[in-house]
Ligand binder design. Structure first.
Ligand SMILES: *[C@@H]1O[C@H](CO)[C@@H](O)[C@H](O)[C@H]1NC(C)=O
Ligand SMILES: *[C@@H]1O[C@H](CO)[C@@H](O)[C@H](O)[C@H]1NC(C)=O
Ligand SMILES: *[C@@H]1O[C@H](CO)[C@@H](O)[C@H](O)[C@H]1NC(C)=O
Ligand SMILES: *[C@@H]1O[C@H](CO)[C@@H](O)[C@H](O)[C@H]1NC(C)=O
Ligand SMILES: *[C@@H]1O[C@H](CO)[C@@H](O)[C@H](O)[C@H]1NC(C)=O
Ligand SMILES: *[C@@H]1O[C@H](CO)[C@@H](O)[C@H](O)[C@H]1NC(C)=O
Ligand SMILES: *[C@@H]1O[C@H](CO)[C@@H](O)[C@H](O)[C@H]1NC(C)=O
Ligand SMILES: *[C@@H]1O[C@H](CO)[C@@H](O)[C@H](O)[C@H]1NC(C)=O
Ligand SMILES: *[C@@H]1O[C@H](CO)[C@@H](O)[C@H](O)[C@H]1NC(C)=O
Length: 512
């Protein structure tokens, strides 16, 4: 992919030019780079030796120079980003930017270490998405709480749409100055809100990245928030609550019905869409009205509402997909917690600008437009027209867990189908989705400890971008139970079928 014309050339001082095999003085190098053309300001730089920095308990394998800079944007806002420049011999002319989680406000150092350690020779950058975590009020949000950044349209737009694009040109410039030439290829990896940021790059900034990994994408963010509210309302009364025991009971019944569909007894459903389980079979006999081995009529109704997903009350139009068979044991957060953390704060702060707004009064017909206009336009990135990204030669690799506790698993499938409709046929040449049986939100699902939770996406993306090798399957490793089980993730709509050999070895499966 070609890079956009650089309006401002980087002018490192002669003394800061890096000779192959040498390690420049990190801070004198960083101070010498001319960043003002990117509206960026140098903050500080530090050189780290091997194993001296950790994120999520993982240490850096490679020594690197870290440069912090800030970017001013909008009328009075600032984005802070870090660029990590590994030692010359570990660098393979590749740039990688990582995204944010949830309401952002912090740099994902864990994601940055994972990418720098990945053995792909990346220089890595990550930012805080243009606001501080303190502006989220505890980073999670809660009913009745004022969330400053949700009242600033420039910050809201930056949070997802421009979070990565704002710092990427300056970070690429630092990389170019450090190694003497620009990275040959640029990649992005993010999950959840970071998955939405990945779609935002493809839609709004299609020339910046050659390859994008978007995991569990919250890219229909406004309606994702509606689904949290819908599920909270479906389980709002005590009679309709589904306890963890009840949820486990439902999932167990679904596994009894459909685990063997793929020919392997592993307490896992390979493709929930091909599972004929009906929850009506679990309804209580009147005699056993309070038991975790059957569902009362109120619980049955609640579970059916969660499977169905939100619909307009006036004409039945689907507003977001529902959750899938086998995901039930992950539903507890759907019973109020996620609505209080995202839906209610978004409605109160962003949509209605009224901290007393009572979300139980949300009108599922007339109020949908309020959300679409006041939130959707700023935080959604669901256009099926990704032709600019395709035309730049970009590749988009999406992953989605079937047992994701946040994002309804079929949303990425529906979105892929919308893109296929737009392009009037397969888009597999540049856009592929990998569904993860028993997968959670960006990794493990609590109930599926036997499911490998590390998805080896980035190496596949690199060989797709640089070698034209479109991935048919992806290796997954490292289940939370500590076993060495591996699984084969398939390019949707293919699913993995067992052929022969060790059932715990991904080589024993084929995608078809
Ligand atoms: C720098 O900021 C100004 C004012 O916000 C804006 O007009 C300009 O496009 C920005 N420049 C770059 C390279 O982003
Ligand atoms: C560098 O700047 C960042 C961002 O402002 C800050 O978090 C960090 O503490 C600073 N590091 C040093 C060594 O000053
Ligand atoms: C700019 O932002 C700073 C820090 O958030 C704030 O203290 C200041 O009042 C703002 N200025 C204007 C003109 O909005
Ligand atoms: C619902 O359950 C909670 C906790 O057990 C209890 O405090 C509350 O009184 C119940 N509400 C109703 C309406 O029964
Ligand atoms: C799951 O279902 C099987 C078959 O009905 C039953 O024997 C087993 O006790 C159930 N396990 C749990 C944890 O409910
Ligand atoms: C599910 O039901 C459909 C329609 O009755 C049937 O065609 C299909 O074979 C069934 N699938 C399984 C796995 O039993
Ligand atoms: C159902 O049984 C549990 C455990 O015995 C008890 O805590 C709960 O209050 C009961 N719920 C109702 C609605 O009777
Ligand atoms: C339902 O109403 C909405 C809003 O007026 C409209 O956009 C949608 O097309 C309608 N759906 C159907 C099936 O009529
Ligand atoms: C804020 O919301 C509350 C509760 O929904 C409502 O009674 C009140 O009128 C709203 N205030 C404004 C200014 O709209």
């Amino acid at each position: 992919m070609h890079y956009p014309a650089m309006l401002f050339t980087i002018l490192p001082l002669a003394s800061a030019l890096v000779l192959p095999g040498t390690t420049p003085d990190c801070s004198s190098f960083a101070q010498s780079v001319q960043l003002s053309g990117y509206n960026a300001t140098y903050l500080n730089a530090t050189y780290y030796t091997e194993h001296s920095v950790s994120g999520y308990g993982v240490y850096n394998d490679i020594p690197f120079c870290e440069v912090y800079a800030s970017i001013s944007y909008g009328s009075n806002d600032t984005l802070v980003f870090a660029t990590w420049l590994p030692n010359r011999k570990a660098y393979e002319d590749r740039f990688m930017a990582v995204g944010n989680g949830g309401m952002a406000g912090i740099i994902d150092y864990g994601g940055m270490i994972t990418q720098m350690n990945a053995g792909m020779g990346f220089a890595v950058a990550g930012g805080n998405a243009g606001h501080l975590a303190s502006e989220n009020n505890d980073g999670g949000g809660a009913p009745g709480v004022y969330i400053p950044y949700l009242h600033d349209k420039e910050q809201v737009t930056t949070w997802i749409h421009d979070a990565i694009s704002l710092f990427t040109p300056a970070a690429k410039a630092l990389v170019g100055a450090y190694y003497g030439h620009e990275a040959r290829h640029a990649y992005y990896d993010g999950c959840s809100t970071g998955g939405a940021q990945g779609f935002a790059l493809a839609q709004y900034h299609p020339e910046l990245f050659d390859g994008i990994v978007a995991g569990s994408p919250g890219n229909w963010y406004s309606h994702l928030a509606l689904s949290f509210l819908w599920n909270a309302q479906a389980t709002a009364t005590n009679a309709s609550k589904l306890s963890q025991d009840t949820l486990n009971f439902i999932t167990n019944a679904t596994l009894n019905a459909c685990d063997l569909n793929d020919g392997v007894a592993d307490r896992l459903i390979e493709n929930p869409l091909a599972c004929n389980f009906t929850i009506d079979s679990l309804v209580c006999n009147a005699a056993a009205a309070n038991s975790s081995t059957c569902l009362t009529p109120a619980q049955l109704k609640a579970a059916k509402a969660i499977y169905a997903g939100p619909v307009r009350s006036d004409n039945g139009t689907q507003l977001y997909p529902g959750f899938d068979i086998g995901s039930e044991s992950s539903w507890l957060y759907q019973e109020g917690l996620l609505s209080n953390a995202f839906s209610v704060p978004i409605l109160q702060n962003l949509v209605y600008d009224n901290l007393s707004y009572d979300a139980s009064t949300f009108n599922w017909a007339s109020d949908v437009a309020d959300l679409d206009v006041n939130a959707g336009t700023l935080i959604d990135e669901i256009s099926p027209d990704l032709s600019a990204f395709k035309d730049c030669g970009g590749k988009l690799l999406v992953t989605q867990g079937w047992a994701d506790a946040y994002n309804a698993a079929t949303w990425p499938i529906q979105h892929l189908e919308q893109v296929e409709d737009f392009f009037d046929g397969s888009v597999a040449e540049w856009f592929r989705l990998f569904m993860v049986p028993g997968g959670g939100h960006c990794g493990a699902a609590a109930a599926y400890k036997n499911v490998p939770a590390a998805y080896h996406t980035v190496a596949k993306l690199v060989s797709w971008v640089e070698g034209g090798d479109a991935p048919e399957d992806i290796l997954s490793t490292d289940p939370p139970d500590g076993s060495s089980r591996t699984r084969k993730l398939c390019s949707w709509p293919a699913t993995a079928r067992y052929v022969s050999g060790d059932v715990d070895d991904w080589n024993s499966y084929v995608c078809e």
